[in-house]
Design a binder for this molecule. Structure first.
Ligand code: NDP
Ligand code: 5RP
Ligand code: ZN
Length: 341
């Protein structure tokens, strides 16, 4: 069959490519239905990803957050129409020690490999996760972003000292919201504090124990552990504060992506014996764990619906551009494309 792929060719410009795909018994064919825009897609769309990366990775279909409906399973196992989340990471080799999203050979859709902006996506069976009926499609669309927090918390669990009294999360946006929410459900006895910049954004974090403005942190304030979800230029400022107020032997998770290297106060990292860990992307297991968490705590997807910012129906390339532009102009929530092209 001929598949249509909607590729970014340069900043703010998409072109349709036609690719011949043969149907094999190895891959399930999925028709995307709801695609959600990530900050990483926006860095490519606006050209902020940097000249070298743009040159190396484009043309490329964007989007690595999305769900779809199974349109063909060569083994006839998954019924046509089944709603599935698509896992964007594609490992190419096994490693018993290194998680699939950190393996050198792994390929990630919308970062050097075509993302989900296609008529049909061909996926290995282990790259599909079923969506429970009670999860709305717009919320399910950004499951991948939720798995980023699931994955980071699972890494935290392996690295941190046993004290789990309090967490601080920096970044009053999508990832900060999700991370605070998961921490509240996974560590119900712990105090979770969001550190942010903007009152109306902080107002959304109704479930946290405390919200603090980054310019107004009380003197001698302390937390056990911290997670950075700010990204960009805000990362350095956030990491600085995290190092300052984290107790000795605390653990700092770094999730925000920055195009430029950031300075870190290593003297204080050493003095306090802090553990800093980076966490990027996620794997199939994180998707399944996230769905299990939704089933165990149906309040989580309810809270996540607060993040559905805008839904654009996409039937043309012009609509794709409109969705990306609208997303740039919005300061709260996720933008979802209802994929009807
Ligand atoms: N590690 C991974 O695998 C992944 C990383 N990311 C990255 O995580 C970051 C956040 O993504 P997302 O939540 O979607 O983006 P958002 O823009 O929704 O959130 C970032 C928020 O952090 C705020 N902020 C900026 N500086 C600070 C600071 N010093 N302290 C506290 N808050 C601050 C921003 O405010 P304002 O806008 O007013 O500056 C904004 O509200 C991005 O860099 C993104 O690329 C996303 C997905 C996966
Ligand atoms: O959003 C992400 C995962 O959900 C990552 O930030 C993204 O994969 C980074 O990719 P790139 O190196 O292409 O900017
Ligand atoms: Zn992303």
């Amino acid at each position: 069959m001929i598949n249509q792929i909607y590729r970014l060719v340069s900043a703010r410009q998409f072109e349709i490519s036609y690719k011949e795909r043969s149907i094999t018994d190895q891959q399930v064919v999925v028709r995307p239905t709801h695609l959600s825009i990530c900050a990483a897609d926006q860095r490519y769309y606006t050209g902020k990803r940097g000249e070298e990366a743009m040159k190396k990775k484009l043309p490329m279909a964007l989007i690595h957050e999305g769900i779809g409906e199974v349109s063909y399973d060569p083994k006839n196992i998954i019924p046509v129409g089944t709603r599935v989340v698509m896992v964007p990471n594609m490992p190419t080799q096994e490693d018993e020690f290194v998680a699939e999203n950190y393996r050198v050979g792994s390929q990630f859709r919308s970062s050097g490999y075509d993302g989900f902006m296609q008529d049909y996506v061909f996926l290995n069976r282990d790259r599909l996760v079923f969506v429970p009926d009670n999860i709305s499609s717009p919320v399910a669309a950004f499951t991948e972003l939720v798995t980023i927090a699931t994955h980071a918390i699972s890494r935290f669990e392996k690295k941190a000292i046993a004290r789990r009294g309090s967490f601080g999360v920096w970044g009053d946006g999508n990832l900060g919201y999700i991370t605070c929410l998961l921490l509240k459900y996974m560590y119900p006895k712990c105090k979770v504090t969001i550190f942010g910049k903007t009152q109306y954004k902080l107002d959304h974090f109704s479930f946290v124990d405390e919200a603090i403005f980054i310019n107004d942190i009380p003197q001698d304030y302390e937390i056990d552990h911290a997670i950075e979800c700010a990204g960009g230029k805000g990362s350095q400022y956030a990491i600085d504060q995290m190092i300052d107020i984290c107790k000795p032997e605390g653990t700092l998770g770094l999730l925000g992506v920055s195009e430029f290297p950031v300075e870190i106060n290593t003297r204080m990292v050493l003095e306090k014996g802090l553990t800093l860990f980076g966490s990027s992307r996620s794997g199939s297991l994180d998707f399944q764990n996230t769905m299990d968490l939704y089933e165990k705590h149906p309040e989580i997807p309810n809270y996540l619906s607060t993040l559905v910012g805008n839904i654009t129906t996409v039937t043309t390339v012009k609509d794709i551009i409109a969705a990306f532009e609208e997303d740039l102009s919005r300061s709260w929530g996720k933008s979802v494309m209802e994929w009807k092209i």
